[in-house]
Write a protein that binds this ligand. Structure first.
Ligand SMILES: Cc1ncc(COP(=O)(O)O)c(C=O)c1O
Length: 369
């Protein structure tokens, strides 16, 4: 017997997303007790304590369905960003919103413009809809928004810009983003994915997207997430802010209960936990600089990063380094799927985790301590 039903044509070349390797799988496979994960840009401080406390309080309500449209979280986000609640949608991670955008707007053969080495989910998701994905070269490891604007045509439905970008860690300025918005046809939606916003927002010239740019451009959607600075990657909550008409379409096609009950409640509290976010951002700032300097001393080509990770050219092939570090109980991210086989991405850890990382790197590269 063999399975005879072909999937949709546009799915035939689809390759699955490769998430960072989990601690449990490394422990299982290599028989290691102590493993640290610096592979998925999570918050090394753990979850926002306010959010975690709210999460625990939901236990008694787990038998009930949540409210499907996350009304309280939506309202809290609207207040937080000084926009209308109708301009906000909550997703099962911002990842779900990337999917919904493609499902809502991309017909087979429509064009979707992305940058080379941009967050890979953009092109994966667009390809699933049968889009023609136009990949525009980077300049200095940064999205070239001028070239991306030139690549946009009347057939273009979506232009994805991760700002800052994962995995390169680079960002685009307000001036560049505004020029892109002025140049693309109004029939193309610009999606500004600001998953790492907290780590970049204080950089001079970094865009003020919420509420300013979104209010000024009906063809702009901004995505943010609770997975990074709030430390809630496991809850799976992201959100988007854009024109109410656009939000209405996404709302119509999302899963009826896409954000679960404890997630909705915990994220309302996370928004109030400015002290935790401040601590996370400050820790990232000092520790990322320390790791970047040490890796540079070890022979890595380290780029500037506006995020909570270091992007670096490795002195040995990325996958070899990844495997050797695994044996030392340290998980980093090789970047072959991005066409970057000489590079690795290393998330900022706690001081203790970073010490372990640097010791493991010395060992693997056989550098005398
Ligand atoms: C640029 C970018 N966008 C979106 C996401 C997805 O985040 P979420 O956990 O909200 O789905 C990530 C996750 O690493 C990311 O790096």
């Amino acid at each position: 017997m063999s399975f005879m039903i072909p999937p949709r044509r546009s799915l035939r070349d689809v390759f699955p997303y490769q998430p960072g390797k989990s601690i449990a799988s490394v422990q299982r496979e290599l028989g290691l007790k102590s493993v640290i994960k610096l592979a998925s840009n999570e918050n090394p401080l753990g979850p926002s304590p306010r959010a975690a406390a709210a999460y625990r309080r939901q236990e008694k309500l787990l038998a009930l369905y949540p409210e499907g449209s996350s009304p309280e979280l939506r309202a809290a986000l609207a207040r937080f960003h000084r926009v209308e609640a109708e301009s906000v949608i909550v997703g099962n991670g911002s990842d779900e919103l990337i999917r919904l955008l493609c499902e809502a707007f991309v017909e087979p053969e429509d064009e979707v413009v992305v940058s080379q080495h941009a967050f890979i989910r953009f092109k994966q998701q667009a390809a699933m809809m049968g889009a023609r994905v136009i990949e525009v070269p980077m300049t200095d490891w940064t999205h070239d928004l001028e070239l991306m604007a030139k690549a946009a045509s009347p057939r273009t439905k979506l232009v994805f810009v991760a700002n800052p970008n994962n995995p390169t860690g680079t960002y685009n300025t307000q001036e560049e983003v505004s020029a892109l918005l002025a140049a693309v046809p109004k029939t193309a939606l610009v999606v500004l994915d600001e998953a790492y916003w907290h780590y970049a927002q204080s950089i001079p010239g970094y865009p003020k997207s919420l509420p300013d740019l979104v209010r000024a451009h009906e063809n702009l959607m901004v995505l943010r997430t609770f997975s990074k600075a709030y430390g809630l990657a496991g809850l799976r909550v992201g959100y988007g802010v854009g024109d109410p008409e656009l939000i209405g379409w996404l709302d119509r096609i999302r899963m009826p209960f896409n954000a679960n009950l404890p997630a909705q409640v915990a994220c309302v509290e996370a928004l109030k936990d400015a002290a935790f976010v401040k601590r996370a951002v400050a820790l990232n700032e000092t520790q990322r600089a320390l790791v970047a300097r040490a890796m540079s001393d070890l022979g890595f080509g380290v780029g500037e990063s506006a995020t909570n990770f270091v992007f670096a050219r490795s002195p040995v092939p990325g996958r070899e380094l990844f495997k050797a570090l695994l044996r030392q109980g340290v998980i980093v991210r090789p970047l072959d799927e991005y066409g970057l086989s000489s590079h690795v991405r290393v998330s900022t850890g706690t001081p203790a985790q970073n010490k372990t990382l640097l010791k493991a790197l010395q060992q693997v590269l056989a550098v005398p301590a």
